[in-house]
Write a protein that binds this ligand. Structure first.
Ligand SMILES: [Zn+2]
Length: 344
């Protein structure tokens, strides 16, 4: 069980993105389990302190996944929000158990060389093996933590879903172990070691590690980074290593992406670094490897990975940019060295 109140949970989930609204006896929060723009997650607590979550989003039918996503977003242990039910009278023994679950974690950073391999540890009873693990390294290349993605297959009643959990190494109850908890603040940027090692390379900021993977395929000469948690909490991440660098923000194609641009731009401007924004061209689609002019609605929250899935290549991005007079012509490929020949 967690000691957080419904109000605290809603405030944390809404951080910087929306005001916590009351809803009956509870609160409305941005749902971390789907691409939520207006708060659609009801958070309330029962008389016994059990946190009740209900998402009104149409894609959020899997309650398990909603609880897991909120636990992940808050850096709580898996199952921390499933406290005792109504009318529950805690017994001394069970109270001990609850206390154990709440134990503080003292992170050990960087992760010591003798820490057990994360690939084995990140396997969980609830979601099985992660489909992908991304490793965060500091400027010296030392491991600082991991982010694991678990894909939950569709069932007869529920659509496929995913859960993203941060893994941090630390001491809990006297034991050194991997814990599902967020990296302590200020968190480091993904690929910080590459950022440090390549002082002249442009940096593309995405909302999430999967988009970084796609970015590496499309723009291999750039460094691809994201704050931990994608677009949810950029203010918890240290952007200082980007001061004075050539930075481009590649937001997801949704309202949250616009907020991400606003928040990250403000952080960068305070570091006297003016970012460019890479909005993806929406006036062309790829058909049989060629560009076809067609006004086209991208899906909610499309990112670089979705573009790659739809057949976009680096050459096609360049071509669409010069065709459409997209304002970031000179931000695409080899920027800024050969920018002049493509500028509008
Ligand atoms: Zn939801």
């Amino acid at each position: 069980m967690t000691t957080l109140t419904a109000a605290q949970i809603a405030d944390t989930l809404n951080s910087g993105r929306a005001r916590t609204k009351t809803h009956g006896q509870g609160y409305m929060a941005i749902c971390p389990n789907h691409d939520d723009i207006n708060p659609s997650l009801s958070v309330r607590e029962t008389e016994t302190g059990k946190i009740m979550l209900h998402c009104f989003g149409t894609s959020c039918t899997d309650k398990r996944a909603v609880y897991a996503a909120v636990e992940g977003a808050l850096g709580l242990e898996p199952g921390a929000l499933k406290g005792p039910g109504e009318g529950y009278k805690p017994s001394p023994i069970r109270r001990d158990n609850i206390k154990k679950k709440r134990a503080d974690i003292t992170p050990i950073l960087p992760v010591p060389d003798d820490a057990p391999p994360i690939a084995r540890k990140a396997k969980t009873k609830k979601f099985g093996k992660p489909t992908k693990i991304w490793t965060y390294r500091n400027a010296e290349g030392r491991v600082m933590g991991h982010v694991a993605r678990y894909d939950i297959p569709a069932t007869e009643t529920d659509p496929a879903d995913k859960v993203i959990w941060p893994w941090t190494f630390g001491i809990r109850e006297g034991r050194r172990e991997w814990c599902v908890t967020a990296m302590p603040e200020p968190r480091i940027l993904y690929n910080l070691d590459k950022i440090a090692k390549n002082p002249d390379a442009p940096i593309l900021i995405h909302e999430g590690e999967k988009a970084c993977d796609a970015g590496e395929e499309l723009f291999p000469n750039w460094i691809h980074t994201t704050p931990v948690g994608g677009g949810k909490a950029p203010h918890m991440t240290d952007f200082k290593p980007l001061a004075g660098r050539q930075v481009i923000i590649s937001p997801d194609n949704d309202c949250a992406g616009v907020e991400f641009v606003a928040q990250v731009s403000q952080i960068l401007l305070e570091l006297e670094t003016a970012p460019l924004i890479m909005r993806f061209p929406t006036s062309y689609v790829v058909e049989d490897g060629k560009l076809v002019k067609k006004p086209y609605e991208m899906g909610q929250g499309d990112d670089m990975h979705d573009h790659l899935d739809r057949g976009w290549t680096t050459d096609l991005i360049r071509e669409s940019v010069s065709l459409s007079g997209f304002p970031l012509t000179w931000a695409v490929e080899d920027w800024p060295s050969n920018g002049s020949e493509e500028e509008n």
